[in-house]
Design a protein around this ligand. Structure first.
Ligand SMILES: *[C@@H]1O[C@H](CO)[C@@H](O)[C@H](O)[C@H]1NC(C)=O
Ligand SMILES: *[C@@H]1O[C@H](CO)[C@@H](O)[C@H](O)[C@H]1NC(C)=O
Ligand SMILES: *[C@@H]1O[C@H](CO)[C@@H](O)[C@H](O)[C@H]1NC(C)=O
Length: 283
């Protein structure tokens, strides 16, 4: 039993020691995310275990589609350099990186004013002597908040006798990343159609039309659009205004009218939108 435990402990030590021969390692987050226009911090820490090694250079690289591009370099004798097109937006977090005799253990960078095109993997590579290179990677995801809008097709919908379906409202969530999900909430017996358009920059525009047969029953009904973007819920409602032709009822005839019966009355009831302004009786 004691022997077995000793064996597994030994295997563990070997496994840890193989990649970084003397235990030096580069610590980073495995993934990071931020919204367009905001700032994100990409952490990079060098664990310089005993005996310490000499850091000859630290290089940050953008890795996309199998291609590496230098972002920033910190060199103990040549200083710090942030390359185009990152120069205005990337800086080292620790002032000690820029000192004359720099400390390069923490080469965390701050990425300002994020763009969609910044989405990539970023490699932080330490060149050391005599241990050689150590590197790690962080995946940066850039989100874009969509613009959400609901609109009525027309302020006033007209119910036609042909009972044709028509789009009464549209809900739009434009240029979002990741895409939004649109759903509808209403007592109307209509149907929704959905359309997704992928933009070149990776954002997605989602559009949904709500289709009903306009009628007297759809007038003044509430229609709510629910846009779900990540864990956010954005809702917007409209009340339908449907114009429909009069529906006429004559009341008061009880089926028992006879000559000289007194006090009989017929009422004409009509409902329409817009409301009726004139009634006319004909025999
Ligand atoms: C990456 O590769 C994909 C497909 O191979 C291509 O559509 C895309 O434009 C490339 N992105 C960049 C930034 O080169
Ligand atoms: C980071 O991205 C790389 C390349 O795009 C991918 O191979 C890797 O699985 C990703 N890692 C994580 C933790 O998402
Ligand atoms: C992405 O592309 C769309 C369509 O061209 C554009 O309207 C939108 O502003 C772009 N988004 C960002 C964050 O650049």
């Amino acid at each position: 039993m004691a022997m077995a435990m000793f064996t597994s402990f030994w295997i563990f030590l070997v496994a840890v020691n193989v990649p970084g021969a003397n235990g030096q390692s580069v610590q980073m987050d495995s993934s990071k995310s931020g919204f367009v226009g905001t700032q994100v911090e990409l952490r990079c820490l060098f664990v310089n275990s005993n005996p310490p090694v000499k850091i000859s250079q630290v290089t940050w690289q953008k890795f996309l589609n199998g291609t590496k591009q230098n972002v920033a370099i910190a060199n103990p004798s040549l200083g710090v350099s942030v390359l185009q097109p990152f120069k205005e937006r990337v800086s080292f977090k620790q002032a000690a990186v820029r000192h004359l005799t720099p400390s390069l253990e923490d080469t965390t960078i701050i990425f300002n004013n994020l763009r969609l095109s910044d989405e990539a993997a970023y490699i932080c590579e330490y060149t050391t002597f005599p241990a050689g290179n150590r590197e790690n990677m962080v995946n940066l995801t850039v989100y874009a908040r969509p613009i959400t809008r609901m609109s009525l097709t027309t302020p006033t919908i007209i119910a036609r006798p042909q009972k044709r379906k028509m789009t009464v409202a549209t809900c739009l969530s434009a240029n979002g990343k990741p895409p939004s999900v649109i759903t509808w909430e209403t007592r109307l017996k209509g149907e929704a159609s959905f359309q997704e358009t992928r933009n070149a920059n990776g954002t997605v525009t989602v559009r949904s039309n709500y289709v009903v047969v306009p009628s007297r029953a759809t007038h003044r009904q509430k229609l709510t659009c629910i846009v779900t973007y990540r864990n956010e819920r954005i809702t917007d409602s409209v009340i339908l205004n449907v114009q429909y032709e009069p529906e006429v009822n004559i009341n008061g005839f009880d089926g028992n009218w006879y000559l000289n019966r007194q006090d009989v009355e017929l009422t004409c009831e009509a409902d329409a939108n817009p409301p009726i302004t004139m009634y006319q009786w004909k025999l």
